[in-house]
Design a protein around this ligand. Structure first.
Ligand SMILES: Nc1ncnc2c1ncn2[C@@H]1O[C@H](COP(=O)(O)OP(=O)(O)O)[C@@H](O)[C@H]1O
Ligand SMILES: [Mg+2]
Length: 438
């Protein structure tokens, strides 16, 4: 296992466009780091520079305390898992796991010892004589990880390994990867464009936009204290609502009535003509269902509901609103950049599943005004972010991780260190090696 440190990493492809633009990021030993962002933001490029498949234009890549910029992929002892698990269909599970050891001419009994140890941890013992095509997706993923474990490389590197799977399998695999990473305590870098994967898997998440880091934080900090409009809009599903607002006295005037701000927030947003207020769907509630005690901390407003969606455990209501052209244009751009389908001039409001609010009617809503964030529409900056509160959330996540890794080590589950790998070492997905049922 090793830490991975990146200092001012830049990647310019032939045409000079900086696909990765001055990225500095520290990944701790044993940490699960997610690189997330919309398609084309530079995630794969960054991952490929870590592993050595792409030259680094400038900056330092330091793995386990050693600068590796000029080392070949093999010398870095890192490798990647791709969307197909790159298993050999004609080989047994045992031989698939043993493959890197066979390549390096490891003696037979050592091969047996290491494969057995890995298959123990991976719960593959009963399947060692089977072929990949007869395994479930989850089992195949574990075989690929087993191959990585026996190689004892420095880290697991994943590039969108689940994006070809259906929703149900994706959910299962997510759990599987998360459980194993915890048990093995192996440094992991995982690329995805899916914010759900990012939020559920990572100790910390690095949000990229056009080659630049926006924010690196625990999922909870990203969700509760986003640095800007981009992160706020990207993290969370359904997404945060952005409403136009102007400050009058100590209250924001919005299409949904007036939202009173505390002194600190008023000071932070004063002096700007037009603002954007960010409100997550769950900050709303059907006013008739809110406790008397809670009512005064929020604000009430009436609105006509366009559509409702009842989901069993909760219910969404869609409320259209008017916004000035300057704002709608900006929100449209944001939606496009986030590959989002959401029409940003309708608010999505999450209300209790027992609510009798129905579409086509006017209803009274309550809004928890303590939680709203206020953004500068021009720069996208979150003007009301509480950096200290955010840092505390990430600190908590870090402590949890350290504890879990120690527990895993104490229970003897960790197996040296390792990486996911294809049959061809670090040379990428090779069409000839696809598992039959992939
Ligand atoms: N081999 C290449 N040559 C030139 N440009 C590339 C190459 N690979 C990627 N790019 C460009 O670099 C940017 C980042 O690409 P990539 O890292 O693949 O993004 P992501 O994995 O986030 O979707 C994109 O604009 C892409 O078009
Ligand atoms: Mg990619």
């Amino acid at each position: 296992m090793a830490s991975i440190e990146m200092r001012n990493i830049v990647k310019q492809y032939g045409d000079g466009y900086p696909a990765v633009n001055d990225v500095s990021l520290d990944i701790a030993d044993g940490e699960f780091m997610i690189l997330v962002g919309p398609s084309g933001c530079g995630k794969s490029t960054l991952l490929r520079m870590i592993v050595g498949l792409e030259d680094i234009t400038s900056g330092d890549m330091v793995i386990g305390g050693k600068r590796v910029n000029d080392l070949a992929p093999r010398e870095r002892n890192l490798s990647m898992v791709f969307q197909n698990y790159a298993l050999y269909p004609h080989m047994t599970v045992f031989e698939n796991i043993a493959f890197p050891l066979r390549l390096s001419k490891t003696p037979d009994d050592e091969v047996r010892r290491r494969v057995n140890e890995a298959s123990d941890v991976l719960e593959l013992k009963e399947h060692l004589e089977r072929k990949p095509a007869n395994l479930s997706g989850g089992q195949r993923q574990r075989v690929a990880m087993g191959r990585a474990i026996v190689r004892q490389a420095e880290a697991f590197l994943f590039d969108e390994p689940l994006s070809n799977l259906d929703a149900k399998l994706r959910g299962q695999m997510r759990t599987e990867i998360s459980r194993l990473q915890r048990r093995l305590g192996i440094t992991t870098v995982y690329v995805t464009h899916d914010q759900t994967e990012a939020m559920t898997l990572g100790d910390r998440v690095c949000v990229l936009r056009k080659g630049k880091i926006q924010q690196v934080a625990s999922p909870r900090e990203l969700y509760e204290q986003p640095v800007n409009l981009f992160v706020a809009g990207f993290i969370g599903s359904p997404p945060m609502n952005f409403l136009p607002a102007t400050l009058e006295g100590n209250a924001l005037t919005t299409p949904f009535g007036s939202i009173t701000l505390d002194e600190k927030r008023v000071a932070a947003v004063t002096g700007r003509e037009l603002l954007l207020v960010g409100i997550r769907p769950e900050y709303f509630e059907d006013a008739s269902l809110v406790d008397e005690a809670k009512r005064p901390v929020g604000s009430l407003f009436r609105a006509r509901v366009d559509v409702t969606e009842w989901l069993g455990d909760s219910q969404y209501a869609y409320i259209p609103y008017e916004a000035p052209e300057a704002i709608t244009a900006q929100l449209r751009d944001l939606s496009r950049e986030l590959d989002s389908e959401e029409l940003r001039t309708q608010a999505i409001v999450s209300i209790d599943s027992t609510s009798r609010i129905r579409e086509g009617r006017e209803a009274e809503f309550w809004l928890d005004s303590r939680k709203v964030h206020v953004f500068d529409p021009q720069t996208g900056e979150n003007l009301t972010r509480d950096a200290e509160a955010g840092a505390r959330l990430t600190q908590m996540a870090t402590e949890d991780r350290v504890e879990q890794v120690q527990e895993a080590q104490a229970s003897g589950q960790t197996v040296g260190s390792s990486v996911i790998d294809g049959p061809s070492g670090t040379s990428g997905p090779s069409g000839a090696h696809r598992s039959g049922a992939a």
